[in-house]
Design a protein around this ligand. Structure first.
Ligand SMILES: [Ca+2]
Length: 226
């Protein structure tokens, strides 16, 4: 084998390792109706859903008795969704501490999942905070503080996410609109684009094989250069 051939093979192997490492998560979204497009809202205005309602496919409405959240189509005041045409307003007409909880999602104990979601501000109302918890665990708060307008959309959407190690074979995700001191508005806390995906784990045999091949070629190249 010539030095050039060894160098080329080393480069190809390095590229293979880099591609393995950079491979995007191909896992599918485990959340049913994470974009809140079902039911389809016909007409120009939002629809209110009361605490306990399961009418939004894949979700149950959380909150106090006689309270509600709303499902908002982009035909309402031109308030565009982060994804497709509908989004959840966790405040309903007004208020905090209400939201939605997902149906049970089958998960593998100990496996790493990535949860992502978009938090929306209706610009005249200001910043929006929501709290997220999985299986009733500790709540994490996420705030979209950006009031940057776009020419065509009075909504500002920010995507947040974090990794989570499953602690059960069944997982429910809860989102609640929160006051967060005086930071969050109580008139329009947007939620859209909820996705839970299983994070891929590189197979140890594949990594070991690639690394061994690269080491062998590097050694060979050094001997040929010497
Ligand atoms: Ca949507």
């Amino acid at each position: 084998m010539t030095l050039n051939q060894v160098t080329t093979m080393s480069k190809l192997l390095s590229l293979a390792i880099a591609l393995c490492a950079a491979a995007p998560a191909s896992a599918s979204n485990l959340v049913s109706n994470g974009s809140f497009e079902t039911p389809n809202i016909v007409g120009g205005s939002y629809v209110l859903y009361s605490t306990g309602s399961t009418a939004i496919t894949g979700w149950t409405v959380l909150g106090l008795a006689n309270d509600s959240i709303q499902l908002t189509p982009d035909t309402y005041l031109g308030l565009k969704a982060d994804d497709a045409r509908q989004w959840i307003d966790l405040t309903g007409i007004t208020g905090y501490d209400k939201g939605v909880k997902s149906d049970a999602i089958a998960t593998q104990i100990g496996a790493v999942y990535h949860l992502s979601f978009a938090v929306g501000n209706y610009l005249p109302f200001g910043a929006s905070t929501l709290g997220v918890s999985l299986n009733g665990g500790p709540e994490q708060l996420f705030t979209n503080t950006s009031l940057a307008a776009t020419a065509t959309n009075p909504m500002n959407w920010a995507t947040f996410g974090f990794d989570w190690v499953a602690d059960s074979t069944s997982t429910r995700i809860s989102f609640l609109g929160r006051a967060n001191g005086a930071l969050s508005n109580n008139l329009g806390i947007g939620l859209d684009s909820v996705a839970l995906t299983l994070q891929p784990v590189p197979e140890p045999q594949t990594w070991a094989l690639l690394a061994a091949g690269l080491l062998a070629l590097t050694g060979l190249r050094r001997r040929l250069q010497a």
